[in-house]
Design a protein around this ligand. Structure first.
Ligand SMILES: NC(=O)c1ccc[n+]([C@@H]2O[C@H](COP(=O)([O-])OP(=O)(O)OC[C@H]3O[C@@H](n4cnc5c(N)ncnc54)[C@H](O)[C@@H]3O)[C@@H](O)[C@H]2O)c1
Length: 384
């Protein structure tokens, strides 16, 4: 029996649940060279933690995350805490010799992201790996799009059109950490644009070289402080839109918002190329739309590909028969399967972003904010 990867998780709320589910499921569906073992969960709320650990199968629990760093049995730590603590926790964990899988965005600020990237570089010399939970890369439809682009089925890329539209951030939503710059870094931008920048870079395999213009808007500046009737200031954006270009000359538009009712989790990307186009919308996450220009004008149009065919679509063989469709949680489980493979020195099904990769996405986030603030174009070469 292969030696399990003793793993720990920090954070026990939204991502804590999504990741715990993946840790519990992954070895049941994937044949892994080394499966994970659920060693310890750490989070701040001691009152809830014991029940959380029992429900999700974590053997131990602690309110002191540094216990996890100090425990020599633990190899992999999953950081699922708010953005402002990613750097402190990830750097300490890497220095303690752990592999680290951190939630996105890599950090709230570019300076934190830069420090994390440097720590990852130092740790890599000792064989430590880093991973960032850009989970949408792990939808089989995105994986198929990635492969079709590598097979040159859409040829030269002309346009990338990416939008991530949500609607939960209206005036009735309280001042949770996501609306506070000191905790989140930014609002819809770091939360949602981070995902679609990552998808655009991943799919095209190209870097963004310039932001041509951007607009950032905070529509709701005052929100109720949770558990009180008092109001506090929301100092992050509710929406950020920007235009960009890629190294190969393709142009791109990105749009992230938390106030686009009735969209709920409308993460979509369309790529138009010389020989064809691709389109993905997370709310129909099992489908990839593919247009092959060689079909001609008479019969051309969007093909609707159900990406659940074992052997044809990434990760599909681990799951269910054709069109017995996958959901949100499968992206995390698929990613964890690849994390376990990489730690066991095997190839992942699809490339996983590490801290270096996520740092490049963070630079794009920063460049767009600078562009909005200064009302100018910003070259990525100016943002280091
Ligand atoms: N990949 C995705 O699609 C996705 C979706 C949602 C959130 N996220 C990211 O996941 C991270 C967590 O978001 P969430 O929605 O789970 O937040 P959340 O508020 O639901 O949970 C945060 C957890 O972190 C714990 N925590 C906070 N500060 C801590 C500290 N200093 N030490 C230890 N624990 C601490 C809290 O107790 C809580 O358990 C964020 O970086 C967010 O951007 C990613």
């Amino acid at each position: 029996m292969a030696k399990p990867i003793q793993s720990a998780l920090i954070g026990q709320k939204f991502m804590g649940r999504a990741h715990s589910n993946a840790f519990g499921q992954v070895a049941k569906f994937f044949d892994l060279p080394r499966p994970p073992a659920l060693h310890t969960v750490a989070a701040r709320d001691g009152a809830e933690l014991a029940a959380f650990a029992e429900r999700w199968g974590w053997a131990n629990h602690t309110t002191r995350w540094r216990d996890v760093a100090a425990d020599p049995e633990i190899e992999l730590v999953d950081v699922a805490t708010p953005n402002h603590v990613h750097a402190e926790q990830s750097i300490a964990l890497l220095e303690a010799g752990k592999h680290v899988a951190c939630e996105k965005p890599l950090a709230g600020t570019l300076a934190d992201a830069r420090a994390m990237r440097a720590a990852a570089k130092r740790a890599a010399k000792k064989g430590r790996k880093t991973f960032v939970w850009f989970n949408y890369r792990r939808a089989p439809a995105i994986g198929l799009a990635y492969r079709l682009i590598r097979e040159k089925r859409i040829g030269r890329v002309y346009h990338v059109r990416a939008t991530y539209l949500q609607s939960w951030g209206g005036p009735g939503t309280p001042l949770v950490w996501r609306f506070q710059k000191k905790h989140a870094g930014s609002g819809a931008h770091g939360d949602l644009n981070a995902h679609i920048i990552d998808l655009a870079r991943f799919l095209t395999g190209e870097e963004i070289v310039e932001i041509h213009g951007a607009v950032s808007r905070t529509f709701i500046q005052s929100r109720t402080i949770p558990g009180t009737r008092r109001k506090g200031r929301s100092d992050v954006d509710d929406a950020v839109l920007f235009l960009a270009s890629f190294k190969g000359g393709a142009v791109a538009s990105f749009e992230a918002t938390r106030v686009a009712a009735p969209h709920q989790n409308a993460n979509s990307i369309e790529i138009n190329g010389e020989k064809g186009s691709l389109r993905f919308d997370f709310e129909d996450m099992n489908l990839l739309r593919f247009h092959d220009a060689s079909d001609g004008d008479r019969e051309g149009g969007w093909r609707r590909i159900m990406c659940t065919s074992a052997g044809n679509h990434p990760y599909a063989e681990a799951w269910w028969p054709d069109a017995h469709i996958l959901g949100y949680e499968h992206g995390f489980t698929n990613m964890l399967a690849d994390v376990c493979r990489v730690i066991a020195r095997k190839k992942p099904e699809l490339p996983i972003p590490d801290f270096e990769d996520a740092y490049q996405t963070q630079r794009v986030l920063e460049a767009a904010l600078l562009s909005a603030r200064n009302r100018t174009a910003v070259k990525l070469s100016e943002v280091r």
